[in-house]
Ligand binder design. Structure first.
Ligand SMILES: [Fe+2]
Ligand SMILES: [Fe+2]
Length: 396
């Protein structure tokens, strides 16, 4: 009886911790926005000469004309002195989180996948759908960074981050090659799902359509209309693709892992989610900086357009969630995955300075723990996701 009481107490405390973690994550987002605002306020201008030391080499320039895009005065080969320190911070965090898929053992997953008793049909469908979506979505994202964003963001510290992000997208692409190989899946079937499964196809097409003009070889960010098109691309890839379309899948695969099923794949998704949360943070900082530097484009009409795009993306992601997991999995119904999509969409809206739309409570507070904060794990059973490269560890 006493053991039962202790167990119940532990469960209650665990729930409290998860809820608090989720609140800390929301505060973290707000803090990032405040930090960016402060960095922008501290920007040296001709009137604000006391800050000039950091930017000595550019002292002849008219700082009011220097921007993160459309800045012909930027020498893309000269990274120091730096201007956008948030980009540098994201780069350092990315490097500290280095990992490769082969470090994660898949033997148990292979046994579970081959056994006809371990996974039910609903769980198998959910895994296949997510492998199908992510395997090609990672390449779409990588292409966008290399072929569109890198071209137009000439600031050197942002480009350094984009190179790091491109590397991480290559690692993610590799993860799905590794999963297909180890589980013995048919690559033609998996890599064709973005053509054959309507709920996946619709998500990809939505993002491709949204960003079409930026891929035009003649596209430039000169002029108000083109800066707006470029912001569309950034909202399409960073906020919608990486910030919304990835998250029903993350929640599904991590929910399965919590039930001790397909732990290897679950850990791969955990590592990918940790990387993606930084991609998203960089993307939002980039969007917010362009907004600050080009305030005339961020008018009510464009804000409303961005909200409508995000609402449409939420509908598509919910449709995908129902399609991938129509019956839900043990203890979680399909509706909760949809609630989670609404919850994270609100956070993305706030991160780029827009008002919440849904006000939905987070049904999975444990997701925040998986992404960002330390959790206790048995290092000998599984690699901790918070593992960082030796050079980045601090010793007390
Ligand atoms: Fe990725
Ligand atoms: Fe990404």
């Amino acid at each position: 009886m006493e053991i039962e009481n202790v167990k119940r107490l532990l469960e209650v405390n665990q729930l409290k911790i998860e809820k608090m973690t989720s609140q800390i994550m929301e505060l973290n987002d707000e803090l990032s926005n405040i930090k960016l605002l402060m960095l922008n306020l501290e920007r040296p201008t001709l009137e604000n000469k006391e800050n000039k030391n950091e930017f000595q080499d550019r002292e002849d320039e008219d700082y009011s004309k220097i921007g993160i895009i459309n800045n012909s005065k930027t020498d893309p080969n000269k990274i120091l002195p730096m201007r956008y320190l948030w980009a540098r911070e994201h780069y350092k965090t990315g490097v500290a989180n280095n990992w490769v898929p082969e470090e994660i053992p898949m033997q148990d997953d292979v046994e579970q996948w081959k056994s006809d008793r371990f996974l039910n049909e609903t769980e198998r469908r959910m895994i296949i759908w997510n492998l199908g979506f992510f395997s090609t979505a990672e390449s779409l994202t990588a292409n966008n960074i290399v072929l569109a964003v890198y071209n137009h963001v000439t600031n050197p510290e942002c480009r350094q981050y984009l190179l790091r992000q491109a590397f991480e997208e290559a690692i993610h692409t590799d993860t799905f090659i590794y999963c297909c190989d180890t589980l013995g899946l048919n690559p033609d079937m998996i890599y064709n799902m973005y053509n054959t499964i309507p709920s996946i196809k619709e998500k990809d097409n939505f993002v491709i359509e949204l960003t079409k003009s930026v891929f035009d070889p003649n596209f430039s960010t000169k002029g108000k209309e083109n800066v707006r098109k470029f912001l569309h691309d950034l909202i399409g890839y960073y906020v919608i693709m990486e910030g919304i379309f990835f998250y029903a899948g993350f929640a599904m695969m991590l929910a399965l892992k919590r039930q001790h099923k397909m732990i290897g794949i679950g850990e791969q998704f955990e590592f990918i989610m940790r990387d993606e949360s930084i991609h998203l943070a960089f993307g939002c900082d980039l969007i917010n900086t362009i907004k600050t530097e080009n305030p005339e484009i961020w008018n009510e009409e464009f804000k409303n357009e961005a909200i409508q795009l995000i609402k449409k993306a939420v509908e598509l992601e919910k449709k995908y969630a129902y399609d991938a997991c129509p019956q839900g999995i043990l203890g979680i119904n399909a509706e909760q995955f949809c609630n989670y999509v609404e919850y994270i969409a609100d956070r993305r809206l706030e991160r780029i300075g827009l008002l919440r739309v849904y006000n939905t409570e987070n049904p999975f507070p444990w997701m925040s723990q998986s992404t960002d904060l330390s959790k206790e794990k048995n290092f000998f059973e599984t690699r901790v996701t918070e593992y960082q490269t030796a050079g980045n560890l601090t010793w007390d």
